[in-house]
Design a protein around this ligand. Structure first.
Ligand SMILES: [Zn+2]
Length: 331
């Protein structure tokens, strides 16, 4: 096993392993990147490498008692600090406990590792308390902060840590995690977490509603205006998870644009490829770009109290041929 079993982000992995080999591992680190790309797994691998009694300095065996205890979450020198049950933030008391342990010698291993996740959920008091620890940690202590977006952390925290960015996995890397459903692979956005929890039935259902709407709108003529507005009304009535539908629409429009631009290897919804092909052909690329831009406007307007059907009506008009006629006539 060891680091070779980690899938994705080979450059980040290699840079950090090099630091382990040189015995120069940074004591305060931030792993930043989307959910489900392996930040926590990799942090635990580092904790194993820093404590393993079998493997060389830049690896771990997964079999010695140190490795096994870290795997089972029972190693007394490896701590995961996270939001406690029924709390919404990492509390200052939790960080104070870290600072107490920091001054002590490791109980069983060679090194203490503190994994803070998600680091952006430390409140201001906790973050300020942590600064003391990050300032001059003892040689045998390491902090690894996990965050989706590094900019959500206080500047004072960031400036004391080395930041490593983890990227979404490629389709191929998601497959190597054992995800066999091709639709799950492609909808995962490179997150193994999303791929494993992919809800095919719900996505297919939403996809049908959205695609029907796009099809009706793109083929609409002046005389079928009513039909188009009916489709719009239907979409806007999906009151539960409207933003979920917009997310599905974003993926479908992405596919339509890929097809339109000939980048067909990137298409996500390969199982409905023919339907997407004929939709893509129904309008020029420029119009699909406009529709995609309009979707972004819709997504940002959702935060306010806005009439959803007004949005979908406008979306339909941008997609429809009529909107083209209108814009041509007004020129
Ligand atoms: Zn080991």
């Amino acid at each position: 096993m060891g680091f070779a079993s980690f899938i994705g982000n080979p450059k980040v992995v290699e840079r950090l392993r090099q630091k382990l080999r040189e015995n120069h591992f940074p004591q305060s680190l931030i792993f930043a990147g989307p959910e489900g790309v392996g930040k926590r797994t990799f942090a635990l691998m580092v904790a194993k490498a820093l404590n393993c009694t079998n493997a060389g300095p830049a690896d771990f065996c997964d079999e010695c008692s140190q490795c096994r205890k870290i795997n089972s979450g029972t190693h007394p020198d490896v701590f995961t600090i996270t939001v406690e049950e029924e709390a919404t933030q990492i509390k200052i008391a939790q960080i104070r406990r870290v600072l107490e342990v920091l001054g002590m010698q490791p109980l069983e291993g060679q090194n203490k590792v503190f994994i803070i996740e998600p680091a952006n959920l430390m409140n201001e008091g906790s973050a300020n308390a942590l600064l003391k620890g990050l300032e001059e940690p003892p040689d045998n202590s390491f902090f690894i902060l996990l965050a989706v977006n590094v900019h959500e952390l206080l500047l004072t925290i960031r400036s004391r840590c080395q930041v490593y960015h983890f990227s979404p996995l490629s389709f191929e890397e998601v497959r190597r995690h054992g995800v066999s459903d091709e639709l799950a692979v492609r909808w995962s956005q490179g997150s193994i977490g999303k791929a494993l929890n992919f809800d095919i039935a719900t996505v297919k259902e939403q996809r049908d509603v959205v695609l029907e709407f796009i099809e009706t709108a793109v083929h609409a003529k002046d005389e079928t205006l009513r039909e188009m507005l009916n489709a719009s009304a239907e979409l806007s009535r999906t009151r539960q998870d409207f933003s979920g539908y917009l997310g599905v629409m974003a993926v479908l429009l992405g596919d339509i644009l890929y097809i339109s631009e000939g980048k067909t290897d990137r298409v996500i919804n390969i199982d409905i490829r023919q339907r997407l092909d004929s939709v893509a052909q129904a309008a020029p690329t420029e119009r699909w770009i406009r529709v995609a831009e309009f979707l972004r406007v819709m997504e940002s307007s959702l935060k306010g109290h806005i009439n959803k059907q007004m949005l979908t009506d406008a979306m339909a008009l941008v997609t429809a041929e009529i909107s083209n006629d209108i814009s041509t006539k007004s020129r």
